[in-house]
Design a protein around this ligand. Structure first.
Ligand code: SF4
Ligand code: SF4
Length: 128
């Protein structure tokens, strides 16, 4: 199942598959100026719940926040991760460094920001 989601997302091609992102079930057509993150969000809305949950579980597993110097024991105890999607940390108070730019989830999902644990998820940082 996850392989099908990856295929739909066009992972490994460096960009999202523009045809797969506009299935007949897609609620909205691609808009002028839409970037990868926006395309992925549109696909996520159209995706069956089961596939969306599987993709997000894989993203959480691939998140490298637990290896970041800003991430401490309190975050580990709460199993915090995937701040780019789930929002700010309940534990992290200072960003010492941020590894998001080298994370495969950021590439996969079209993330454009960083320091999500303190600044909020991608949607919040876009002011949406
Ligand atoms: S982009 Fe940052 S917050 Fe998102 S999964 Fe990767 S390391 Fe975690
Ligand atoms: S969001 Fe960035 S700064 Fe915060 S823990 Fe993850 S990698 Fe580190």
């Amino acid at each position: 199942m996850i392989e099908r989601v990856k295929s739909i997302l066009g992972l490994g091609k460096g960009d999202v598959d523009p045809v797969a992102l506009r299935p007949e079930s897609s609620p909205t057509p691609k808009k002028e100026g839409e970037d990868k993150w926006m395309e992925v969000q549109r696909l996520l809305v159209a995706m069956p719940d089961e596939e969306r949950e599987a993709l997000m579980a894989e993203n959480r597993s691939d998140c490298i926040c637990p290896t970041c110097p800003s991430y401490g024991e309190p975050s580990a105890e709460k199993s915090e991760a995937l701040f780019c999607c789930e929002g700010k940390s309940q534990s992290i108070g200072v960003v010492v460094d941020c590894l998001c730019s080298g994370c495969e989830v950021a590439e996969r999902m079209g993330m454009e920001h960083s320091r999500y644990c303190m600044s909020g998820n991608e949607r919040e940082q876009r002011g949406l």
